[in-house]
Design a protein around this ligand. Structure first.
Ligand SMILES: [Zn+2]
Length: 75
């Protein structure tokens, strides 16, 4: 399980979807097929160690699947 952080644009590579404040998880992964909530609320590292951003829907799903810790723990 990876740690999660309150969304921080400085964690992301300039020029990426994540750095613009949008949700890179729905943009690249799209698993679940549900609608993206838009604005990123969380920054986290995926299984490859790459920084991703997630909207609140992505956050809910990632925590549910055990991929990342709930926000506010260990950050
Ligand atoms: Zn999203």
């Amino acid at each position: 399980m990876n740690p999660s952080h309150v969304y921080d644009a400085t964690l992301h590579q300039p020029g990426t979807v994540a750095a613009t404040g949008r949700c890179s998880w729905h943009d690249s992964d799209g698993s679940g097929g549900d609608a993206c909530a838009g604005d990123a609320v969380v920054s986290f590292q995926d299984r490859n160690g790459d920084w991703q951003s997630g909207c609140r829907r992505a956050l809910e799903q990632l925590v549910e699947r055990g991929d990342i810790e709930p926000l506010g723990q260990g950050a």
